[in-house]
Ligand binder design. Structure first.
Ligand code: SME
Length: 298
């Protein structure tokens, strides 16, 4: 099937006051990387997600607000480390709200283990999430949250425009495989009687095209009617190997009036699936289930 070529989505990566001194300012808290090196790392993983990153740093509240205003129409999302402005800048909070773009607040250090004034964020409520304490990884996860939000919107739009259940399943897999490079294998299994049957996937060919309900991680998720995340597949006796490279897996049931099937994702990265992966995939599964309920006679 032909995949649509999308224009590269522009994501703004904004660094606030004092982040220009990264590498020399309190490296025991902020790490040894300079801002240029942090941006290089962000650019490297951004390239794998097929987005167009735009970087900006300023020590001045008003300049950050101006930057947000200037880019509000052509940007698709924001990952912002506002530094100390996080804790008191209502003006920046209002700017983030005004531009109406999905935004995630990130911090290199764990702001909740530092001084009390850093525990409050005035921008948290206008952001999709706050991710803190993971160094550059905070930015990567921030980007994943923004991409998750956009992926869900894209699927919702597709579901409004199609009546084809097959096309919907395929679109869901394509979006996930395109936007999340750590999703090395993404597919949909459908419930058929007492079995799960693979509907479509992108990734290495799997020997498990049919899985009895109750077997494997896939079968367990349907039997238990809940998402299962396996951080280390080799330590889970239920795991049915699809590829030797797989290290972790998430399976999310598509459950409406009944369980129609499930989204199954494998990663070559150990412990690849976090809270925000679960949220994005469960939201997408819910949208799919609503669509399937509408398309299926009662
Ligand atoms: N690992 C799955 C089997 C399917 S492959 O991952 C595609 C399981 O344990 O159920």
């Amino acid at each position: 099937m032909k995949s649509k070529i999308l224009p590269m989505r522009r994501i703004l990566f904004i660094h606030g006051p004092n982040l220009n001194l990264l590498g020399e300012r309190e490296p025991e808290i902020y790490g040894h990387l300079t801002l240029a090196q942090v941006n290089e790392q962000i650019a490297a993983f951004a390239a794998k997600c097929q987005i167009d990153p735009v970087f900006f740093q300023s020590n001045h509240e008003g300049q950050i607000i101006d930057f947000l205003h200037e880019h509000r129409r052509e940007a698709a999302g924001i990952v912002i480390n506002a530094g100390a402005l996080t804790h008191y800048s209502y003006a920046l909070r209002d700017a983030l709200e005004s531009v109406q773009l999905p935004a995630v607040e990130v911090h290199l250090s764990d702001i909740h283990r530092r001084e009390a004034f850093r525990h409050v964020s005035v921008m948290r409520e206008v952001c999709l999430a706050q991710i803190s304490g993971l160094g550059v990884e905070s930015y990567r996860r921030g980007l994943e949250v923004v991409l998750g939000f956009l992926a869900r919107k894209e699927l919702q739009q597709f579901l409004r425009e199609t009546k084809s259940v097959d096309a919907a399943y395929r679109q869901c897999v394509q979006i996930l495989k395109r936007d999340f490079p750590k999703y090395d294998w993404a597919g949909i299994y459908l419930v058929e009687g007492e079995e799960l049957v693979v509907h479509n996937y992108i990734g290495a060919p799997t020997p498990h095209t049919r899985i009895p309900i109750g077997q494997g991680i896939c079968g367990a998720a349907v039997a238990e009617e809940q998402t299962i995340i396996v951080a280390d597949v080799n330590a889970d006796p239920r795991y049915l190997a699809c590829s030797l490279e797989t290290k972790s897996e998430i399976v999310v049931p598509i459950q409406g009036r009944r369980i129609y099937g499930e989204i199954d994702i494998d990663s070559h990265t150990p412990d690849a699936f976090h809270h925000h992966d679960r949220e994005t995939l469960e939201d997408m599964a819910l949208d799919m289930a609503g669509f399937l309920d509408e398309q299926t006679p009662k």
